[in-house]
Structures are given as structure tokens and as C-alpha cells.
Design a protein around this ligand. Structure first.
Ligand code: SAH
Ligand code: SF4
Length: 341
């Protein structure tokens, strides 16, 4: 059965008007779902009985369950079981600027990045908008707090599930719903250029992050197969166009993998590649996983890389490391769970 959480307010309004109800009924339902957070249609006490019956017959509310939770200082990682028994994960992180949540967008991922656990498990299916929404709702309920910042950086390639992700953003953004500001939402992509172009023209104020991880095609081809379809020069052109049209700053994510992409030479190349762009670089210490041989760069290496970028006028930060005690790398909790069965 479909989930009522798949409906943006405009689509729900359309549905209700078609059924002969009023626009304000859609708003009432939205408030029950997202402000009062009810779990059954019967609790919607100001809605007509026959409409309740219709909703019960055609829709479910909740469809996903938390089946595992790992906690560490300022971090909490969740594994969800979906209605077809697929598993995805989400990670809550407490920052000084707020409560951030990283959610999954697909079961598995087809992009095949050499360093990534999620890519080891091929895509099974896209997540529905409702399954994205529920990751937020369940964790807010579990931790008894409100998420203030959202990143689409869990399992999956968000731009390979474009429609559901855009619909999800409309839902999560709605002032009558969860009301998470688009400026506090970040979508991360490995570089699907046609979708970056489409996204450039969306009337949304959502942040864009690009998983770059290499300053040249030679290295990028080795670790990210997507680069063979959309090489760096094509990707950078699309990102420059995005910045020009939206006037928004782009984040480049750069995982620091020992002896793969972390030499001085690559730092200089990266500085050259990004010179003059409205962007910043987020250096991410690689999260080692038992299934993949890559090692993380040493602290000294990361700092040296950082210094070179800084000296060359690039805005750069080093991502704080979270949760070495939890399986913190993207896709790890799910991978370990599937294997441990
Ligand atoms: N598919 C999208 C979003 C999900 S991956 C993308 O690739 O951008 C989110 C981020 O986690 C990406 O930057 C990805 O490269 C990074 N990542 C994957 N495995 C990692 C690991 N083991 N350690 C650190 N970062 C990792
Ligand atoms: Fe997919 Fe992103 Fe992992 Fe690459 S890094 S395999 S695109 S989830």
C-alpha cells in the first residue's frame, strides 16, 4: 500500500479536491501527520469519518522500523528495516550549530566507488519519498529532539533517484509539515552531470555537495567509475554553470585516502582546479572498513594537504571525525548486519 507520507501538500490537496473535499482538509491532515505526529488515521479527530475510512483503505502511515541503534559521543547510528525487508541506515550527529541527520536515498548504490561500502552492495531499489521522510520522523521521535540540518549522504546516489528526492524536499520543506529550511538541506552527488544540470534549474535553495575525491581524471577514474561517463572537465563545467545560475556556493567533498589522492602534488592540482570558484573543500579522513583495503591518510598528511589548499586561497575545512566505535562509514552498518545474519 502507498504511504500518505509520499504526498506533498499540493498533491494531497489535489487528491482531496478530486474526492470532493476541501483544501483545508489537506492542511488538517498535514498537521496531524507532521505537527502532532499521529501514527493512525483514527487519531485525526477533526476529519470526517468517511474520509478517514477512505484513507485507511488506501494508505498506510508508518512503514519502516528501527532494528539497530549504535551510540557514541554526539553520534547515533540507526539501521532501518523497510516494508520489503530491505535495510538502510541513517546517522544522527550533534554539532555545535545544531542537530544534523544523514539519511539514505537508495537500497545499495550502482555507482561502484572503490572506497565505499554502499557501492559494494548493488542498488536493489530507490527509496520512496515517504521512506526518506520516515527516517527523520523516527529518529526525531527516538531521540526526542528536532533535526535542524539534513544531509543526503547515506546509502545511495540521490541524483539516481531524482524525482523521489525532489518530491521529498518539497514535503520536508513545507511550513505546514516538518518545516526544515532548504538552506539547511544538502544533497551530495558523485557527479551525475545531467541531473546536476536539471537541479540547477529547480526553484529550490538546497545546498549542493560534489564528491570529488580526486583532482585529475587519472585518479578519479580509478576510484569513481562515474568519472568515465562524466569526466572532470565536464563535471566542473556543470558545477560552474550551477554556481553562475544559482549564485550558491558549492561544497567539494574530498576523502583523504593514504597514498591514493593525498600527496602535495594532488593538493596543488586541486587548488588549481578550484581557483576562483565560489566553493569550499571539505577534507574527510577516510573511514576504514574491513572489506576494502584503502587506509586513511595520517593526521600530518591531512594537515599538510589542508595547508597547501589554504595557502593557495581555497576555503577548506577538515571534517570532524565521529564515532570510531560505531560502524560510521557510509553503508557499514548495513553491510555488517547483512553479513552477520
Ligand atoms: N552517493 C552520494 C551520496 C552518498 S555518499 C555521493 O557519493 O556523494 C556520501 C559521502 O560519503 C560521499 O562523499 C562519499 O564519497 C563518502 N564516503 C563513502 N565511503 C566513505 C568512507 N569509507 N569514508 C569516508 N567517506 C566515505
Ligand atoms: Fe554510491 Fe556515493 Fe558510495 Fe559512490 S560514494 S558508491 S556514489 S553511495
Amino acid at each position: 500500500m502507498n504511504s500518505i507520507y509520499d504526498y506533498s501538500l499540493s498533491k494531497l490537496t489535489e487528491l482531496l479536491l478530486e474526492l470532493g473535499y476541501k483544501k483545508f482538509n489537506a492542511i488538517q491532515i498535514y498537521e496531524w501527520l507532521y505537527k502532532k505526529r499521529v501514527k493512525s488515521f483514527d487519531e485525526m479527530t477533526n476529519i470526517k469519518k468517511e474520509l478517514i475510512e477512505y484513507l485507511k483503505e488506501h494508505y498506510v502511515i508508518s512503514s519502516i522500523k528501527i532494528i539497530n541503534k549504535q551510540e557514541d559521543t554526539d553520534v547515533c547510528k540507526y539501521l532501518f528495516n523497510l516494508s520489503d525487508n530491505q535495510k538502510v541506515e541513517a546517522v544522527y550527529m550533534k554539532h555545535d550549530y545544531g542537530n544534523s541527520l544523514c539519511i539514505s536515498t537508495q537500497v545499495g548504490c550502482n555507482m561502484g566507488c572503490a572506497f565505499c561500502e554502499s557501492g559494494r552492495l548493488k542498488k536493489v531499489r530507490n527509496l520512496k519519498s515517504s521512506e526518506l521522510i520516515e527516517q527523520i520522523l523516527m529518529i526525531e521521535e527516538n531521540l526526542k529532539l528536532r533535526i535542524t540540518h539534513l544531509v543526503l549522504m547515506g546509502i545511495g546516489e540521490p541524483f539516481d533517484n531524482y524525482e523521489n528526492v525532489m518530491n521529498f524536499i518539497d514535503i520536508v520543506n513545507d511550513p505546514k509539515g516538518i518545516e526544515l529550511g532548504s538552506r539547511h538541506i544538502t544533497i551530495s552527488t558523485s557527479g551525475l552531470v545531467p541531473k546536476i544540470k536539471e537541479f540547477t534549474n529547480e526553484p529550490k535553495q538546497v545546498n549542493l555537495a560534489i564528491s570529488l575525491h580526486a583532482p585529475n581524471n587519472e585518479i578519479r577514474n580509478k576510484i569513481m567509475p562515474v568519472n568515465k561517463a562524466y569526466p572532470l572537465e565536464v563535471l566542473m563545467q556543470a558545477v560552474k554553470e550551477y554556481i553562475k545560475i544559482t549564485n550558491r556556493r558549492v561544497t567539494f567533498e574530498y576523502i583523504m585516502i593514504s597514498d591514493v589522492n593525498d600527496h602535495d602534488k594532488e593538493a596543488l592540482e586541486l587548488a588549481h582546479l578550484l581557483k576562483g570558484m565560489n566553493c569550499y573543500v571539505n577534507l574527510i579522513p577516510y573511514n576504514e572498513t574491513s572489506h576494502i583495503e584503502f587506509k586513511k591518510s595520517s593526521k600530518e598528511r591531512i594537515l599538510a594537504f589542508y595547508d597547501i589548499l589554504k595557502k593557495n586561497g581555497i576555503n577548506v575545512t577538515i571534517r570532524r571525525e565521529f564515532g570510531s566505535k560505531v560502524d560510521a562509514a557510509c553503508g557499514q552498518l548495513r553491510a555488517n548486519y547483512e553479513e552477520g545474519k
